[in-house]
Ligand binder design. Structure first.
Ligand code: PMP
Length: 394
């Protein structure tokens, strides 16, 4: 197995943190998180649990109250029909994906004909950096499916069909998408689910940004295509929706037999998610509509601040990202030439103290991801500093 790759976003974020620790003012436009305090109600719920003092090992699939709250909310908002037994709480959505690929790419995978078969994992690009990295760690083979700005950065049935080969068993979808900020319509998803079914693919639908949609577009969960429920897995998270990134609470919703295996795998790794953070998350679900609205309103305002700064300092009118926390922009649009995205981002951090993430890490060279999850001060100042720095490449 090749050496596991550290995620590019995490690497850039840590260089930025190290600069900050030395007292240098860094404009951090790299973080994949809403920079907000976790709501007081959530903190209080966790503290109350800690103060009661009874903190045993968690049960492997998580607290039933939390599992139920998660599936009930999905059912109410997106018309899914998962039951409590069809949900496991994981250490963030990321570890949910890790466990899923450990199982689905492993020796006992239910989607392999023979234990030694290779599992190819179909990944639309630009992609969240961790999909191919985790697939490789688990012995899977990433099959990258490129989309273009012309396709609106969306996977189409044509691209899916032409990328497919008989070793392909898993399809990742990321709706809203990190890094492009796009969301899929019901018709687009239906066409992809129909084709995935025809090709016998298990779909892992990463929906961790579902509550960060800023337009009137309907958010459609793949879990709402209940006719294909057996082959659709939904990954959710408390991280972005409740401003709880550091708490590490995620959810996998899938067939009961898959959840049972994931629970068994978690007993041999993390032993489940700390009850302290689970109780914080239970508090979050009790006030979920209120919290998600607050986070969304704050992030929408920051998106608008970033877009206004891009207009002011780069003289650019770009389409607004519909969802997530990211502006996905080409070096060409920034009028930057003669430098790769990696070089541009590293030098912007070293020379202008602006942290951004190069598109290459997401499978698309020549692009940069700017996060508007940052504090408002960072957004305006960061774009100003980036524009000044970028001038030398005009
Ligand atoms: N999926 C996507 C697309 C993400 O951007 C992230 C976080 N950056 C995750 C999953 C994982 O989130 P968490 O582990 O915090 O739930």
């Amino acid at each position: 197995m090749s050496k596991p790759q550290a995620s590019v976003t995490v690497v850039i974020n840590s260089i930025a943190q190290a600069k900050k620790a030395q007292g240098i003012r860094v404009y951090n436009l790299s973080a994949g998180e809403p920079k907000l305090k976790t709501p007081e109600i959530v903190r209080k719920a966790a503290i109350k649990f800690v103060e009661a003092g009874d903190i045993p090992y968690p049960s492997p699939a998580g607290e039933n109250v939390l599992r139920k709250a998660a599936v009930d909310r999905m059912a109410r908002l997106y018309k899914t029909d998962y039951t409590t037994e069809e949900c496991i709480i994981t250490t963030g959505g990321k570890f949910g994906i890790y466990l899923l690929l450990e199982y689905l790419c492993g020796q006992n995978s239910p989607i392999k004909q023979n234990p030694n078969d290779e599992v190819s994992v179909m990944i639309p690009a630009p992609y969240w950096v961790s999909y191919p990295a985790i697939a490789k760690i688990m012995g899977g083979k990433p099959v990258i499916m490129k989309s273009t700005a012309k396709d609106g950065w969306k996977l189409t049935p044509e691209i899916l069909r032409s990328s497919y080969n008989s070793s392909c068993k898993i399809l990742f979808l990321n709706n809203g998408c990190n890094p492009t900020g796009i969301i899929y319509s019901r018709n687009e998803l239906k066409a992809l689910m129909d084709l995935a079914h025809e090709l016998g693919l298990t779909v892992i639908s990463d929906e961790v940004y579902s509550s960060l949609v800023y337009t009137d577009d309907e958010y459609v969960s793949c879990g709402s295509f209940t006719e294909y429920k057996d082959d659709i897995i939904v990954v959710q998270s408390a991280s972005k929706s409740f401003a709880m990134t550091g708490w590490r609470v995620g959810f996998v919703m899938a067939r009961k037999d898959i959840i049972e295996v994931l629970s068994a795998l978690s007993t041999q790794s993390t032993t489940g998610v700390s009850l302290i953070v689970q109780h914080g998350a239970i508090g979050a679900f009790e006030h979920a509509d209120e919290i998600t609205t607050d986070v969304r309103v704050a992030m929408k305002r920051r998106r608008d601040v970033m877009m206004a700064a891009v207009k002011e300092f780069f003289n650019l009118d770009l389409p607004m990202p519909k969802a997530t926390l990211y502006l996905w922009i080409s070096l060409e649009d920034l009028n930057v030439h003669g430098v790769t995205d990696d070089e541009f981002c590293i030098r912007a951090l070293e020379e202008a103290n602006v942290a951004t993430v190069p598109g290459s890490g997401f499978g698309q060279a020549g692009y940069v991801r700017l996060s508007f999850g940052a504090e408002e001060d960072d957004l305006h100042g960061g774009i100003a500093a980036l524009a000044k720095f970028a001038k030398q490449f005009n």
